[in-house]
Unconditional design. Structure first.
Length: 126
């Protein structure tokens, strides 16, 4: 189970994948297959600690993930329009109408300083 070095133990699957992608670009690994040393190097670059007995599982799983990515990269997507959702559905929308009255003056009455309907705050950047 990966864990961030110097911090409490917890699983960081998506973070590990993102760091893996960055680490792969950094060390220029042949993405068709990884070996134990590649996984150790990636874990080091991602600042993750991996138990030695878990390394073979990571080698197999990460290699299969990278093989799948390589397969998807080979697919010709010329002329395929990107989709926001796999189903051709229309989102139900509500009518855009005001349902509350304007209470800006009431809310700004408790503010330390206001001007022309805006909250005035101390300057923090010069």
């Amino acid at each position: 189970m990966p864990r961030v070095l110097g911090k409490p133990r917890f699983v960081l699957t998506s973070l590990f994948i993102l760091q893996l992608q960055y680490a792969i670009k950094s060390v220029r690994i042949n993405i068709m297959s990884l070996d134990k040393q590649d996984v150790v190097n990636i874990a080091h670059l991602a600042r993750l600690s991996i138990d030695a007995q878990d390394i073979p599982n990571y080698v197999e799983n990460l290699s299969s993930i990278l093989d799948l990515v390589e397969q998807m990269n080979k697919v010709d997507t010329t002329g395929v329009q990107p989709m926001a959702h796999p189903l051709d559905e229309v989102q139900r929308l509500r009518v855009d109408k005001v349902t509350e009255e304007n209470q800006r003056d009431l809310f700004q009455s408790t503010a330390p300083e206001t001007e022309a309907g805006l909250y005035l705050v101390p300057k923090v950047i010069e």
